[in-house]
Write a protein that binds this ligand. Structure first.
Ligand code: PRP
Ligand code: URA
Length: 209
């Protein structure tokens, strides 16, 4: 694993992720854990945002404040990426949000695009692409292709669980994109699901099992 791949080892992430993995966890609890895990990973993924100086007057005297220099855009991959948006918005409320709709063809496992709407100034922004699952990597690579075609230059990929295959595919296709994930799992099964994983993230978030 190179230094563009960040696998979280924080005990809070591992604890909440284990609740998400449990097939008996309710939709409500799954969604809450996804929110909390996304917030913790998002904190890490934003650790190198650049700051700029500005004037601040405290009740005591003038000083130099610091604020995030580059604006942020969050791009959840529909549907499951939606489960991570509110958490990162809590961290960076001024973020703009783009949406990319992709689903995996269940037979070919190839991503199929059905929607793409991004902020017009995406090329100026730090983009965080959000999707809980990096499995074969096909969806992440396709989403980042679309975003780059619209001019985005600074992109990070934030996920909750990754398979080694997905990391490899994404690293090869987009070596400039840093990856942040809550756990690196063992493998993929014959249906392209992450093992041990947590099942279908979209179904578990939205109760469509
Ligand atoms: C899931 C997941 C990713 C994709 C990962 O979405 O949220 O987008 O699969 O798989 P990949 O790395 O092999 O491309 P899915 O296609 O099930 O759509 P959904 O979010 O609408 O459920
Ligand atoms: N998509 C999911 O939702 N889960 C997986 O394990 C793989 C792809």
């Amino acid at each position: 694993m190179d230094n563009m791949v960040n696998i979280m080892s924080h005990p809070l992430i591992t604890h909440k992720l284990s609740i998400m993995r449990d097939k008996n966890t309710s939709v409500k609890d799954f969604r809450e854990c996804a929110h909390e895990v996304a917030l913790l990973i998002g904190y890490e993924a934003t650790k190198d945002l650049k700051l700029e100086d500005y004037d601040v007057e405290t009740p005591i005297r003038k000083t130099v404040g610091k604020r995030i220099e580059r604006q942020v855009a969050l791009v959840p991959i529909l549907r499951a990426g939606l489960g991570m948006v509110d958490a990162i918005m809590d961290l960076i409320p001024a973020s703009k949000i783009g949406h990319i709709g992709l689903y995996r063809n269940e037979e070919t496992l190839e991503p199929v695009e059905y929607y793409c709407k991004l902020p017009t100034d995406i090329s100026e922004r730090q983009v965080l692409v959000l999707d809980p699952m990096l499995a074969t990597g096909g969806s992440a690579v396709a989403a980042i292709n679309f975003i780059k075609n619209r001019g985005a230059k600074n992109i990070k990929f934030v996920c909750i669980i990754a398979a080694p295959e997905g990391i490899k595919t994404l690293r090869e296709a987009h070596p400039d994109v840093e990856i942040f994930c809550g756990a690196l799992d063992e493998s993929l099964n014959e249906n392209g699901y992450i093992v041990p994983g947590l099942g279908d993230a979209g179904d578990r978030l939205f109760g469509t099992l």
